[in-house]
Design a protein around this ligand. Structure first.
Ligand SMILES: [Zn+2]
Length: 124
């Protein structure tokens, strides 16, 4: 059976990778600015911040990031991982292709539009 779902070309994957990295950089740069004021900047600062999310100092900073940005970091990392391994562009819930239109706007999204809507209905 051919690798179903893995329909993205190498070039497309590279483009998504670039989008993901750029977005991550944008957020990490914000984090770095914050950390520059207090301590030396570490390379994997994003992960570091997540690890230390309990500290009130970090919490305070995380509040200065928008909800979307805070939620995006782990999604970005997960999407980049999926690009390296397999499964990028496939819904993590139903396994169906997410669709390039959606990926072009939200390359880090783990869900197809149907599952996303279902999820939001559950929450709301
Ligand atoms: Zn789905």
């Amino acid at each position: 059976m051919p690798n179903k779902g893995d329909t993205l070309t190498k070039k497309e994957k590279q483009a998504y990778r670039k989008m993901l990295l750029e977005q991550k950089e944008k957020i990490v740069r914000k984090l770095s600015q914050f950390y520059n004021e207090s301590k030396e900047v570490e390379t994997d600062i994003a992960q570091d911040v997540v690890d230390k999310a309990e500290s009130s100092y970090t919490k305070e900073f995380l509040l200065s990031l928008s909800d979307a940005e805070r939620e995006q970091l782990p999604l970005l990392d997960a999407a980049l991982r999926r690009l390296e391994t397999a499964g990028f562009g496939l819904c993590q819930m139903c396994g169906k292709p997410i669709g390039k239109k959606r990926l072009n706007v939200l390359p880090w999204t783990p869900y197809c539009i149907n599952c996303q809507q279902k999820k939001e209905e559950e929450v709301g």
